[in-house]
Design a protein around this ligand. Sequence first.
Ligand code: GLN
Ligand code: ZN
Length: 766
Amino acid sequence: MVQSAVLGFPRMGRDRDLKKANEAYWAGKISRDNLLAEGKRLRLEHWKLQKDAGVDIIPSNDFAYYDHVLDHIQMFNAIPAKYSETKLEPIDEYFAMGRGHQKDGVDVPSLEMVKWFDSNYHYVKPTFQDGQTFKLASNPKPVVEFKEAKDAGITTRPVILGPVSFLALGKADRDQSVNPISLLDKLLPVYVELLEQLKNAGAETVQIDEPVLVFDLPLKVKNAFKPAYEKLSGSNTSIPKVILATYFGDIVHNFDVLPNLQSLYGIHIDLVRNPEQLSSVMGQIGSQQILSCGVVDGRNIWKTNFKKAIELAETAIQQLGKERVIVATSSSLLHTPHTLESEKKLDPEVADWFSFAAEKCKEIAIIAKAVTDGPATVRDQIEANAKSMQARASSKRTNNPQVKDRQSKVTDEMHNRQSPFPERLAAQKQHLSLPIFPTTTIGSFPQTKEIRIQRNKFTKGDITAEEYEKFIEKEIQDVIKIQEELDLDVFVHGEPERNDMVQYFGERLEGYVFTTHAWVQSYGSRCVRPPIIVGDISRPKAMTVKESKYAASISKKPMKGMLTGPITCLRWSFPRDDVHQSVQAQQLALALRDEVVDLEAAGIYVIQVDEPALREGLPLRAGTEREKYLSWAVDSFKLSTAGVKNSTQIHSHFCYSEFQDFFHAIAALDADVLSIENSKSDAKLLKVFVDQAYPRHIGPGVYDIHSPRVPSEQEIKDRIEEMLQYLKPDQLWINPDCGLKTRQWKETKAALTNMVNAAKFYREKY
Ligand code: GLN
Ligand code: ZN
């Protein structure tokens, strides 16, 4: 029989229950026991949900109060001394590492948090010391949760992050020189101990995740697999059978690792992302090994195409036989929302195309049944699925012939500005007459409580569109007045009308839909609700012109129009899975191109197109795939911005400081002015602009906007002085690191006053 497996389930609960419980606990509103009880309730509910859906292999230890990597840090006692010294209760020590702790005389910052592969989930980075040791916690979490499920009558497969990935995803602590992977020998006995305890508790199999296998691995990391899995598999009968799971990519380039893994019980691969790896993996696995085929997408919200999934599974079965094949989700379902049932407002047409975590569990069970007992046994479900696929493929919402027609007419020239930068600069100088060291901000000004109240009222229908519009105009008037008082050079309208930099545009474009409950965990208790791209994208009418034009009409200085770029719109949404992302990016680019041209026609001669997500879209492995991505990503930015005259100045903004390895892509954007987050990093990083003889203008942020702290005028001057070691005076713009929406007015005014004064000082000097 072909079994069905889920690699992990979202933790938040149907109504973001875990978020609410965590935050209530942090605020001192519920007790520790209340929080732990809520965690237990959620785990149980999620196991039951999967069981009722017919899933054979249900995961445990996929739950985490904050982050699963952090769970491992604590379980293996890889806890930096500054946390263990606090002598906090385990759960508080855990949260202290995740989010910092500033209470009752304890003051520790959080550990570093970074993106989990190419997803929008963030994990806590293990941080190792020279001389690091490990020790298994008493009552380790995977054992406790396995027993908890067992007591409820559900036998689960515990999920553990593998030792190689745990180390390779970590780093040496500040001032420490240890290479994490060199700690393997010390770590392995702890894993063995954990696995033995799991076996004693009754676990027959475990899922050990080694997702780093999809990366280009340094030799030391590659070589770690053999010693690791000699200890964790095969002849050792005192531990459970191990399924080694990989996801988010293919493992073909790391095949030389696999022969060393022949003693493993089985391997899981992601066949949604890389279906083509199936045949090569089958050629490499051992003669007894199980192959878990990830055929239900753990990263997106689309219904699984049963026909395709069944075909893939059948291919595996033909070669390996039914007993050696498992059908599974491609990865953990952590990256999908809880259930489609919560969406009461979705158009039924599109709701029929979606499948969230709860629905995906049912899908995987149906696929397993189809390949075990024959498709006839689930005929109704397969037919209904085919109907949905058909409906989606032929829907007017999916296909817009006008959009396709327009895409077919995109030419190379459309990607290029009329003239090279020097000519544009001359035209812009004349047109905008800006001083040297021009000052500006990145777009948003503080989003006050009042703004949120009015927006809510408007969304609920408590105030009319006219009333809301009047309110927004008043806000714009206020920020213009403040910018005049501050004596900034290029103004912005402050973005008071925008809830979110992607959602705002999605709501104004054809081809997008929005959900009410489709939250996914981003980090800790923070969840995001990405809009969904369902069809060809087009712009029915101007999206931002009204506000920008109004702002320009009441201000004396140049007004900067503010847009979110095509890649950021794409990356921070659930994309379509039926057309390549480059196609979607180009459609977004064409819609934005029209907006840019309309802004120019409305008298907006400085236009900023933000692309903070450009870098995170980089494919996980270097090489052709990455180059291809950069090429279409850069093209989409250029297509969106190149429709204007020489005299119109295009800005772009990136909240990144690590732009060195990525420099050629940023340079290729050909933006007249680039603002980048830089205040927290070494000004030396700017050297790359000199080395590459970057000719255009740059605004490296002169102060950090993430903190309420007001930088002094002297500090900003010092920062500018440092920048001038690398950048030419007539090349440098003076601006903060990013938008100011999360700040209060008080510190914003104070910081910008100091910033403008610092700029004026240098203006005098040069
Ligand atoms: N224009 C946006 C703002 O100021 C940019 C936000 C961002 O880069 N994350 O809010
Ligand atoms: Zn930013």
